[in-house]
Design a protein around this ligand. Sequence first.
Ligand code: LLP
Length: 426
Amino acid sequence: MNHFEYGPEGLACEGVPLARIAAEVGTPVYVYSRATLERHFTVFRDALIAGGVVDPLVAYAVKANSNVAVLKVLGDLGAGADTVSEGEVRRALAAGIPAERIVFSGVGKVRREIAFALKAGVAEINVESEPELNLIAEVAASLGLRAKVAFRVNPDVAAGGHAKIATGKSENKFGVSFAEAARLYANASNNANLEPIGVACHIGSQITDLTPMRAAFSKMRGLVEQLLGEGLSVERLDLGGGLGVPYFNSPAPPSPAEFGAMVGEVTKGLPVKLAFEPGRVIAANAGVLVSEVIHVHERPEGRKFLVIDAAMNDLIRPAMYDAFHDIRPVTRRAKDQLGAETVYDVVGPVCETGDTFTRDRALPTFVSGDLVAFMSAGAYGSAMASEYNTRPLVPEVLVDGDRYAVIRARPTYDEMLARDLVPDWI
Ligand code: LLP
């Protein structure tokens, strides 16, 4: 459930019509609902607890939507943060998320990032390979610290809607193999600068079937039992993120309740604390991208292009993963015509054919100046945006009931140009 509903002034986010935000902040603009973020986090955590998981650490995957205001909303509810760069660790800390709730993952953490995370005192550094384990040990030794590490294990299970976001097969770059996990864990236990605290897995994103998750989690349970059986200390099992959300064209994903029940069943009686790294399921349906129709360009042979002021640099998911986003009319005029009656290709102004949000989509009839909302854009939307074509980074707005605030301003052209430096020898 989310808080984007039609009211007297068209599509609204909680108590604020999107048309008002568009008029005051301009378009394109990302709009997030605080109530939806809070609801999604609470539903996810409560579902785990209802499934029998005691005191789970829900470390929100910062990469999905990394705005500090969004992180603060979640952190204030008790969320931890799953981070993959020094920048993300800094964002989580800036949002007031305590280091003991921060997990630092990622395949290629560099020395400087590891040192930063160790000094900040993060709860868990997820190790993705043997060379990385050695680097962490070396950095910890140089700082006179002991690094709490968890081994990310590649469970060799196929999952994830799109090849570009599947991570759990052995041919993917992520994690150590099951075969080497126990040896590395034992080695780390004998290193004065390492404190292995557990194991972790993450098999993909936008997963709409619990079967591969159950398979991976069962393998992880087996590994924990093996390590415990070998007399090693295991405090934590991190089961990653990946639960899918409805994008309205895909199979309905399992509910958090079904996920929580499955996790409870698979991990029953296991004497470790569980951690999770959900991103999309918290943020995707808590945000929309609002854009204005610039032109309706009709080709003589019949194809109609809806040219809008958002582009692939603002929301790259359709270009990158052929992702489907529901497109809804925002304005009242268009709301009267919610029926799908005109077939459009919806495109942005960037000079690439890939700058196409959808082809042959039946939508209400639009005219220039109408507003459209891309639904389910709260995750991997703004976080993946760029300034390609020197288009200013799209701003972000957070709604809370009847009020809203700009939580990231659109940069001015002066600010953008000031970042370029022309050496005096040109
Ligand atoms: N943990 C790890 C280690 C991850 O790599 C990811 C996502 C997550 C947690 C969060 O997964 P989620 O719950 O959000 O599915 N840009 C793509 C998605 C990439 C996901 C990368 N890893 C998209 O727009 O669909």
